[in-house]
Design a protein around this ligand. Structure first.
Ligand code: ADP
Length: 391
């Protein structure tokens, strides 16, 4: 079929041109044919794509659309020459209209979103993945500047994601209370057994193992609950005045036992002139606790230090350890969901790989910046700069 189309087009072209048997003429014809063939290939490729493709000129006038784009835009007529800004009515998650013109014209490399929606004339809404990128349409001098907009209907995907998050949220919330009660009771049993003076290593070991596992489970359920709320945008900030000095001392007190169990020194290094920090105490504490839990978990000898320095408009906290350290390649991944290093010393400790992911989510909520410095076999320092948020 392609062959046939090619020969008929060649014929049409030669008819229009004056007869020319020179080499130059033949070359010109063959390059025209190649260009046309390339064009046809491109069009059939674009048409076979499941994502909607809209290419516009510099001013946002539509030059190319594929079938999927027409279907997403709910149109069966050609949209060529029309302004994409008058056709694509985008709104954000709060139903606020978006200025597509502004978004497109301010895009330098690419803009993508999974949170926008298209609103149709009849008021119905479809959730979409959109990617906008400036491109050069065509080659050489004739190639004009323009934009390519890719659109995918992700309504179903989004509602499945929401159902999943809702499920995780409900389950983790329901599990929290029984797990907390079990953890308390098993902790008491360990304590009472130690006090009783009974010599039964078997019972002691069993109780301690049960306590370790239930503590791990409690941490995991807590991370899952925070995570699902963060992903559903359900976390809200309650801003209060935080005494950073007291906060760090509170954390040191609650982790003293864990550090002692591993013979680690747990100390603080605090700026004497710390001002009150205006932020969420709950999340600031959770972030620091995550850093300290890891620091103790991944350190066999030496110390863990929690510190705070006064900054221009906030406080920089840090947690430094003399532990196993994190390799350069792992440093880029530690904040990813479920990431755990392959290092056997990491695997010797239980973990979910959710702690730092949750920490990153919370830090965004706090408008905070996280920095990580680490050297394998020397230790790691996690820093977080938390700015004041005026309530
Ligand atoms: P986990 O439950 O595995 O501790 P996290 O998300 O808290 O999950 O951490 C992700 C990974 O980052 C860990 O598995 C470990 O490989 C690495 N990591 C985090 N903190 C430290 C640290 N202080 N020292 C060495 N490695 C760390």
């Amino acid at each position: 079929m392609v062959k046939k189309a090619k020969s008929s087009k060649t014929h049409a072209k030669t008819k229009k041109k004056p007869l020319n048997n020179s080499r130059k003429g033949t070359n010109q014809e063959s390059s025209d044919n190649t260009a046309e063939l390339e064009h046809e290939r491109l069009i059939s490729l674009i048409n076979s794509m499941a994502d909607g493709v809209i290419a516009t000129d510099e001013a946002g006038r539509i030059v190319i659309t594929n079938g999927a784009a027409l279907s997403i835009l709910d149109s069966n007529a050609s949209l060529s020459g029309k302004s994409v800004f008058s056709i694509l009515n985008l709104i954000d998650a709060r139903n606020q209209e978006l200025d597509l013109k502004d978004i497109v014209f301010s895009t330098k490399v690419s803009t993508t979103s999974r949170d926008w929606r298209i609103r149709y004339a009849d008021g119905s809404i479809v959730r979409v993945y959109i990617s906008i990128a400036p491109v050069r349409l065509g080659y050489g001098k004739g190639g004009m500047q323009g934009y390519v907009i890719l659109i995918r209907d992700i309504t179903r995907e989004k509602s499945l994601e929401e159902e999943r998050d809702e499920f995780i949220s409900v389950v983790s919330h329901e599990l929290r209370t029984p797990i907390a009660i079990s953890e308390g009771n098993i902790g008491n049993a360990v304590f009472l057994f130690e006090k009783s003076g009974v010599d039964n290593p078997m019972v002691e070991k069993t109780l301690k193992q049960a306590h370790e596992q239930i503590t791990f489970l409690a941490g995991m359920v807590n991370d899952l609950a925070t995570l699902s709320r963060a992903e559903r945008g359900k976390l809200t900030l309650e801003i209060e005045k935080i005494n950073a000095h007291e906060l760090v001392e509170e954390i040191i007190e609650s982790y003293a036992k864990d550090a002692e169990a591993k013979s680690l020194a747990l100390t603080s290094e605090l700026d004497p002139h710390l001002e009150l920090l205006e932020s969420s105490k709950l999340y600031t504490k959770e972030v620091l606790q995550n850093f300290v839990t890891n620091a103790i978990k991944y350190t066999e000898d030496g110390s863990v230090t929690i510190g705070a320095h006064q900054g221009q408009d906030g406080i920089e906290f840090f947690v430094r350890d003399t532990g196993i350290g994190i390799s350069k390649s792992d440093r880029e991944k530690v904040f990813d969901k479920f990431f755990r290093s392959e290092d056997y010393r990491t695997r010797a400790n239980s973990g979910t790989g959710l702690g730092l992911y949750v920490t990153m989510k919370l830090s965004r909520l706090l408008h905070a910046d996280i920095e990580l410095e680490s050297k394998l076999d020397v230790g790691s320092t996690f820093k977080i700069y938390i700015p004041n948020i005026k309530s």
